[in-house]
Structure formats: structure tokens, C-alpha cells
Design a protein. Structure first.
Length: 195
């Protein structure tokens, strides 16, 4: 990992705590990924339970990543990452994110994005925060759009998936002048009554 930017940090909200990913989280993350059999979604790169240790080692060894374990109610509920870090331009991507199925469609993703975006814009001084997802990952695309991110474009045949298919990658971003409105919307999403 980069020794300088961004430095490791723990981010704490009401519903979640984002802590630097560590090998000691492996057992709980293995349990979390089994909730919903998330690795079976063909359009994602969620690690299978037997590959969790390898995935943690990969993320920790990659120089342009700052991976986090998502802690909910004292236990690991998923992962998220600052990735494709460009320290010279002060740009990051938020990606490689997954949550156990029982945590989806609640406040967890909203608060994780509020914490990560707030840190990126208010502490790190980022000029842009990017999100990328598979064209066919409609759930992820809708979630990114609900954040207020704008579609920059689609990278066609961007990468080969494990099954051999080619992925069209949707690239989104949020810019610093958009952050106040995005922040207000995320806070409203967290505070509004839920059915």
C-alpha cells in the first residue's frame, strides 16, 4: 500500500464502522459472504468462501488500494475499498464493495458511502471520487445513481470476467462542487422514515 496517501484510517458512523482490512477478519468475512451466496453473482468479483483468505491477502498487497472491513453490530458484514488511488491527482475510486445479504437495502451502504465520500472530499481533498460497475449490475448502478453520482461513460469490452465474458464497465463520478448536495441527500436517506 502507499505509505503516504491516503493514510490508513477508521471511519465511524451510527450504523457502521469502517476499519482497515486485516487477516483477522477472514473468518467473519467468510461467514458474511455466505449470507446470500454473493460469489455466485456472475457480474461481480465477490470472493467465494474458500477464496476469502486469498482475497484479503490480494487487497492488502495491492499498492493502490486502501481496503476496509465493514463492521456492523460488532462483526464483519462486508468489504469496501478506496482503489485505483492516484495520489498525484488526489483521485480515488470507491469499489470492490459487498455486504452480506441481510445488510442490503438498509442504512449500511448509505452510511458507508457518506463516510467514505466525506473523508475523500473533506479530509483528503479529492478532485473526484469514481465508481465503476458492470453494465448488467443494475442494483449497483441504481445504488450509485441514488448517491448522486453522474455517469461519465461506458468502457466497452473493458475487461474479461472469470467466466470468459467481456464486461462493459459503467464509470460514474462525484466532483467536489457536487459533494454538498450529495451529502445532504445521503443524510436525508439515513434520517427519513422507513417502511
Amino acid at each position: 500500500m502507499s505509505d503516504h496517501w491516503p493514510p490508513p484510517v477508521t471511519l465511524t458512523g451510527t450504523h457502521v464502522r469502517l476499519v482497515p482490512l486485516a487477516q483477522e477478519h477472514c473468518e467473519q468475512l467468510t461467514g458474511a459472504v455466505k449470507d446470500g451466496e454473493l460469489w455466485k453473482l456472475w457480474y461481480t468479483f465477490v470472493p467465494a468462501p474458500e477464496r476469502m483468505d486469498d482475497e484479503i491477502q490480494r487487497r492488502l498487497a495491492t499498492s493502490n488500494m486502501r481496503p476496509f472491513t465493514v463492521i456492523v453490530d460488532g462483526r464483519a458484514g462486508g468489504m469496501t475499498t478506496y482503489m485505483n488511488i492516484d495520489a498525484s491527482q488526489k483521485r480515488v475510486e470507491i469499489g470492490s464493495t459487498w455486504y452480506r445479504k441481510s445488510l442490503q437495502r438498509g442504512p449500511v451502504n448509505t452510511e458507508c458511502k457518506l463516510l467514505l465520500l466525506g473523508h475523500a472530499f473533506e479530509e483528503l481533498g479529492c478532485i473526484a471520487v469514481e465508481f465503476r460497475t458492470h453494465f448488467f449490475n443494475r442494483q449497483s448502478r441504481q445504488a450509485i445513481e441514488r448517491l448522486g453520482a453522474k455517469l461519465d461513460g461506458i468502457l466497452r469490452n473493458h475487461m474479461r470476467m472469470p467466466d470468459g465474458s467481456l464486461r462493459d464497465t459503467c464509470v460514474y463520478s462525484i466532483l467536489p462542487h457536487e459533494w454538498p448536495a450529495v451529502k445532504a441527500n445521503l443524510r436525508w436517506q439515513l434520517e427519513r422514515p422507513r417502511d
